[in-house]
Design a binder for this molecule. Structure first.
Ligand SMILES: [Zn+2]
Length: 414
């Protein structure tokens, strides 16, 4: 397969000027995110001649990453153009996510083509090595059952990840020691399974924080598309995460730890937070907080998020649920306004439980944000729900694709 790609690639390399080669990454990202569905759209987006765009598309096709439809199609305006799309039989990456209720994995092609997600329970021992070993073993099953080449693997984690070392901080959900070298352990677990082609060993691997990765996925394929300063705030199983995407890139701060929005105080007399303070967004707007506001004791046999989402969805018919939703929505609105005052986003995307709170209070929540953010001018800023049902998982796939989006010729690397 490698040889076939190389020989098909050679003629394209001869006709592509140096400038064209430097355009391969930007062109692949445009096709990957659906912003260049035709060759004429690619020509316009790259601001190059039709011949250069054609050569770049041909080279991406020769690399096995992009399919160029040889029959030009009319786009309604201008002359017909060749359709461009990620190659349907092209390579995939392995995406995985660890959360309080278990492990989720899927293979993912370019274009956000996430395959069917599989779920695995957490191992009995939740220290890092058994968890990462279980992910690698489940990933190996997926990769071996698929005929496509696997070019990389990435993992979304519910805790902050310090960069560039790839160490986990405050992994409270599992009690992992602070500073666990999770990137290194994940690479070792994946490569012990020898997932990729023999020529691609070790396979490139990466780890990231789940909220950061969800923001990246929503920006490239979901509700954050075309936003320039996208703020994402989300609450999954426990606590609250946030992320900021600026001009298409995650803002991660000096050590990967920016946007720890969960510890913004929204009620100084509120519930105690594991960070040592009281009334953080983390403990005032997460699933447990909503259940507590309704006087419900969580059922330990069921995922907290599912119980809280069901409660939020019952607000229209249950006055106790309505009062709980309103209370938590007011806290969330205060927190979002504080963030907007500091960050001045042009779109706010809410994930998981926060998305359900927005659906349950579609006027009250934006009004609370506007009321508390006079200087942040939030009357101009749309607050919308996420569009992706596995945003963290798709974000992990984006992380695994990153080396190839930067330099598509990496698919040929031995
Ligand atoms: Zn806190």
């Amino acid at each position: 397969m490698q040889n076939t790609s190389t020989s098909r690639f050679e003629p394209a390399r001869r006709i592509t000027p140096d400038r064209g080669r430097s355009l391969l990454g930007p062109a692949l990202e445009l096709i990957h995110t659906g912003r260049a569905p035709t060759r004429s759209a690619l020509t316009a987006a790259l601001d190059v001649t039709r011949a250069t765009a054609g050569a770049v598309a041909a080279e991406l096709a020769a690399l096995g990453l992009v399919a160029v439809d040889s029959h030009p199609v009319g786009t309604g305006r201008g002359r017909p153009s060749h359709r461009l799309a990620p190659a349907p039989d092209g390579p995939v990456v392995l995406a995985a996510q660890v959360h309080a209720d278990g492990l989720t994995l899927a293979l993912c092609g370019l274009g956000g083509a996430l395959g069917e997600a599989v779920f695995r329970p957490l191992p009995d021992r939740t220290d890092p090595e058994p968890v990462l070993g279980a992910i690698a073993a489940a990933g190996a099953e997926l990769v071996r059952a698929d005929r496509r080449r696997c070019l990389g693997a990435a993992l979304a984690l519910p805790n902050p990840v310090r960069e560039p070392e790839g160490t986990a901080l405050a992994a409270l959900t599992f009690g992992w020691p602070g500073g666990t070298p999770v990137a290194e352990l994940f690479a070792a677990a994946v490569n012990a399974q020898r997932l990729g082609p023999a020529a691609r060993h070790p396979l490139p691997t990466a780890v990231g924080n789940d909220a950061n990765l969800a923001a990246l996925a929503e920006h490239r394929h979901g509700a954050g598309r075309d936003a320039r300063h996208l703020l994402l705030v989300t609450s999954g199983h426990r606590g609250v995460g946030g992320a900021l995407v600026v001009d298409g890139r995650l803002h991660t701060g000096s050590a990967g730890l920016a946007l720890e929005v969960g510890h913004l105080t929204v009620d100084p007399l509120g519930r105690p937070c594991p960070c040592g303070n009281r009334g953080c967004l983390n403990v005032e707007t997460d699933p447990e907080a909503l259940l507590a506001a309704a006087g419900r004791t969580p059922d330990p046999a069921l995922p907290l998020l599912d119980q809280a989402r069901a409660l939020a969805r019952s607000a229209d018919r249950d006055p106790v649920a309505r009062a709980a939703v309103d209370r938590v929505v007011d806290r969330l609105g205060l927190g979002l306004a504080g963030l907007a005052n500091i960050l001045n986003p042009d779109r706010i995307v809410l994930g998981r439980l926060h998305q359900d709170l927005l659906a349950a209070a579609p006027e009250r929540l934006p009004e609370a944000v506007i009321r508390h953010s006079l200087w942040g001018r939030c009357d101009q800023v749309p607050v919308v729900g996420g569009e992706l049902c596995h945003a963290g998982l798709l974000g992990a796939a984006e992380l695994a694709w990153d080396p190839y989006l930067r330099n598509p010729q990496e698919v040929l690397a031995e």
